[in-house]
Design a protein around this ligand. Sequence first.
Ligand code: NAP
Length: 275
Amino acid sequence: MKRAMSKRKVAFLGLGKMGGILLQALLKKNLLSPKNTVATVRHPERAQKLSQELGISVTTDNRQAAQQSDLVLLCVKPQTVREVTEEIAGEMTSKKLLISIAASVPTHYIEEILASEVPVVRAMPNTPCVIGCGMTGLCKGKFADESHLDTAQTLFDSVGRTVTVDEKRMDAVTGLSASGPAFIYIILESLAEGGVKVGLPRDVATLLAAQTVQGAARMILETGQHPALLKDAVTTPAGCTVDGIMELEEGKLRVTLIKAVVKATERAKELLVAE
Ligand SMILES: NC(=O)c1ccc[n+]([C@@H]2O[C@H](COP(=O)([O-])OP(=O)(O)OC[C@H]3O[C@@H](n4cnc5c(N)ncnc54)[C@H](OP(=O)(O)O)[C@@H]3O)[C@@H](O)[C@H]2O)c1
């Protein structure tokens, strides 16, 4: 599958933060070959710069990029999806696949613009894809089948983990795992700040905090145990951890994080409407 993928002609429409992360990660994993990959951006000067940096063809011509590709990744902002999809509609057929990573944009929105029965898969990755530790939610549109989902899964599995959900859950995926790294960075920054407050050098405090978050996350993923049980194992009766937990409870950390995910999910529903 990996070898077959590198032979496919792939177009990235939009090469900003997320498109750039995905493209570079997939090239690094040899899942895409530079000679079979093209990309587009809005600004010609950016196209020229990125083309030199990445060693692939980068232009501002979405139509031509879609015409010469059988797999198109749509990586523009939700507000730009209509404009770009209209441009490429004449080049898309039922033999091609369009994968959209745009938050908030339902597959039917894209299908309606494309008119012909083009398979569409919606993906919601996150920035840790850049180091192969991403999390991507996937769902398929009405003309996509399991093979199209498999293609998307092969791509995104190579840069982390994937989960397939009903499309109605995609905004929740956006609010949790796509926005989530930002929430965790704030937690990490604060833990490190705590370390500095109790006398640790900042670099040591940041290392302790980051490795601790990674270790705790891997414990959940690798043991499959409930986080509450793992927390109990750290919390010695009358020890120091329980005192720290009491501070977290008083500061309403739990409800704050729950509300952060709820708010981000609600906002994810609105991005397209805010056009
Ligand atoms: N950032 C994340 O963590 C994240 C996570 C999951 C999904 N997403 C989704 O990824 C998409 C892109 O987000 P981003 O953060 O990467 O945004 P971004 O950094 O602003 O990138 C947008 C890219 O689209 C290009 N573009 C704009 N109009 C275009 C057009 N008409 N034709 C071709 N390219 C065009 C821009 O070109 P220029 O470079 O010339 O300006 C830029 O490269 C969004 O839909 C977002 O919901 C983002």
